[in-house]
Design a binder for this molecule. Structure first.
Ligand SMILES: [Cu+2]
Length: 133
């Protein structure tokens, strides 16, 4: 049988060298990427930073029901082509005032837990609920 041990050994050797080089390279890049991700998460902070958002589109609040922590800052983005507001229906707990088309505004959620229905003062048929916990 024509086995050729010398050439076979050479090929295996080359493959092994390549695999080692690749492993080393991948190991290095993985380490760097992981470090970068961790740093980004730390800088962004906990989820209270950017998760509280109401989007207005097609004369609707999205989501119509949003649960936030007491005193959280809520961002309202108006993606419609007309002005809207986010205004607490009773108690005057919060009110963004007029939000022009394509603009955004923020308000501070009530500091007491509960359900806070809100509406758009310009279009009273628009309704949503902010739940504070
Ligand atoms: Cu409106």
């Amino acid at each position: 049988m024509p086995f050729r041990f010398p050439s076979g050994t050479v090929r295996l050797g080359a493959v092994t060298a390549c695999a080692l080089a690749l492993t080393t390279l991948l190991g290095c890049s993985n380490g760097g990427g992981g470090g970068g991700d961790t740093a980004t998460e730390s800088a962004t902070g906990p989820s209270t930073g950017g998760g509280t958002r109401i989007t207005i589109q097609d004369f609707k609040f999205q989501p119509a029901s949003l649960t936030v922590s007491a005193g959280a800052e809520v961002t309202v983005v108006n993606k419609d082509t007309t002005t809207h507001t986010v205004t607490a229906s009773k108690g005057g707990s919060f009110d963004t005032g007029d939000i022009a088309p394509g603009k955004s505004a923020t308000f501070t959620a009530p500091s007491k837990p509960g359900d806070f229905p809100y509406t758009c003062t310009i279009h009273p048929f628009m309704k949503g609920t902010l739940t504070v916990e």
